[in-house]
Design a protein around this ligand. Sequence first.
Ligand code: SF4
Length: 89
Amino acid sequence: MRRHWRDDAACRGLPMEWFFPEKPNGDTSYDQGKRVCATCRVTEQCLALATDFVATGDRYGLFGGRTPAERRFARRVVINNALWQGKSW
Ligand code: SF4
């Protein structure tokens, strides 16, 4: 049987609140989860999953070791770079 990338996730079996704090109070709420993500081998696949939530604002959870604010910032950089290069968006 083929393995799913989630089988290799470093966060498997760890407390969910490290990655989805109930009431996040700034990016430091994710520090414990980020330390785990830094050791993860599937950050790319995990981060790609967050693109599914763009339409709803992508406001929750740690994906690919990035907080919602960090993901929004990264998307803005990509869009701005594309616009700067004259690409339509
Ligand atoms: S990058 Fe994603 S899959 Fe890996 S530990 Fe962090 S939340 Fe889990």
